[in-house]
Design a protein around this ligand. Structure first.
Ligand code: UT7
Length: 332
């Protein structure tokens, strides 16, 4: 058995910056409400005709591969996590494979929303551990802004989400004390509709109708307070699960990179885990919640900011729609 190790991380965010004040003109909201309840100051929105879920993933992947010193031809498997695919089918994995100039490399799509990146990472980790593949590209990319309700009806959801992409390259690691030490995945379908976009739906006589558009059922729905309550329980729980499995304590963590759901949730986790503020990565202020992309974007920025040193213990953790939640413990 061998471990897998992250050899490079990368990210891409669209150029268009949308400040809270820009949303004030579209719906009944305010900069003060958004900052106080979520910590978000601005987010990025894609440019139609330029950015796609797949090509943003490709740009992030290119940065990750450059940092890993690898080229696209070295990649054995692509794993692409998103809730906002370019097409109903096929998934964006194959589109990215084509953009990378690869011909028959396998591409797997992951549908686990905010936990998607850690789920994807765990799959890549298993393939490397078993020896089936050597170099695995793991990507999270989202275009949320084309699917949000920008009227007052949708304000509690629309102000939160943003667009962007992040990626990591996984390679084999023979030293079992380095790389991905463990991953931990959970799901609770009981709460599937508490944070969901249930239309268009294959179960309806017609997948997409004018009524769905008029009634707004095509937009994401979130029971904010229920999601919040579960998130603040599950985040510490799944972080502790990872620490316990490895015989480590919260004080051993050098950097926690949580899914960027809400600054208040992140601050709660930080306090609950007894971590210093500088040990917890937060960039939701700039990007909002980018779902499957949020962890790899934050990871890549932490790397750029010099917050990650050799030998550091890094913990990734996520909670979101499904409900799904997950963690990964990494020795850099
Ligand atoms: O990434 C996936 C996981 N997602 C999360 O973890 C999100 C978890 N939930 C949350 O972060 C919070 O629940 C929200 C940020 C979504 C909402 O914050 P909240 O403190 O739970 O607010 P609320 O939903 O209880 O709403 C409070 C008030 C309501 O008005 P009334 O009923 O008190 O008069 C809302 O209608 O704020 C109102 N409101 C807004 N006001 C201005 C809701 N959205 C907005 C808005 N601007 N955008």
């Amino acid at each position: 058995m061998r471990n897998s190790r992250i050899a490079g991380v990368g990210h891409y965010v669209p150029e268009k910056v949308v400040k809270n004040a820009d949303l004030e003109g579209l719906m009944d909201t305010s900069d003060a409400w958004i900052v106080e309840r979520t910590g978000i100051q601005e987010r990025r929105y894609f440019e139609p005709g330029k950015d796609t879920t797949a090509n943003m993933g490709t740009r992030a992947a290119q940065m990750a591969m450059d940092r890993a010193g690898l080229e696209a031809k070295d990649i054995d498997l692509i794993i692409f996590a998103t809730l906002s695919p370019d097409y109903f089918f096929p998934g964006p994995g194959v589109l990215m494979q084509r953009e990378l100039g690869l011909t028959t490399t396998p591409a797997l799509d992951i549908r686990n929303q905010c936990s998607g990146f850690i789920y994807a990472l765990s799959v890549g980790d298993q393939f490397i551990k078993t020896g089936m593949y050597n170099n695995v590209l793991v990507v999270g990319s989202e275009i949320q802004s084309s699917g949000l309700d920008f009227t007052t009806r949708g304000r509690s959801v629309s102000v939160i989400f943003g667009d962007g992409a992040g990626a990591a390259v996984l390679v084999p690691e023979e030293n079992l004390e380095r790389g991905i030490l463990s991953t931990h995945l959970h799901a609770q379908g009981e709460f599937a509709e508490e944070l969901a976009a249930t239309d268009p739906s294959s179960n309806k006589p017609q997948r997409l109708t004018h009524e769905m558009i008029d009634e707004g059922t095509i937009y994401p729905y979130m029971n904010g307070s229920t999601v919040f309550k579960h998130a603040v329980t599950r985040f510490p729980e799944v972080i502790n699960e990872a620490l316990t499995q490895n015989g480590l304590a919260a004080s051993d963590i050098d950097l926690l990179v949580p899914h960027q759901a809400n600054l208040r949730i992140t601050q709660f986790i930080q306090q609950k885990m007894g971590l210093a503020e500088e040990k917890v990565m937060s960039n939701i202020q700039k990007y909002g919640n980018t779902t499957a992309a949020s962890i790899p974007i934050a990871f890549s920025e932490a790397f750029e900011e010099g917050k990650i040193k050799e030998g550091d213990l890094i913990c990734l953790a996520a909670f979101g729609s499904g409900f799904t939640w997950a963690s990964a413990l990494i020795r850099w």
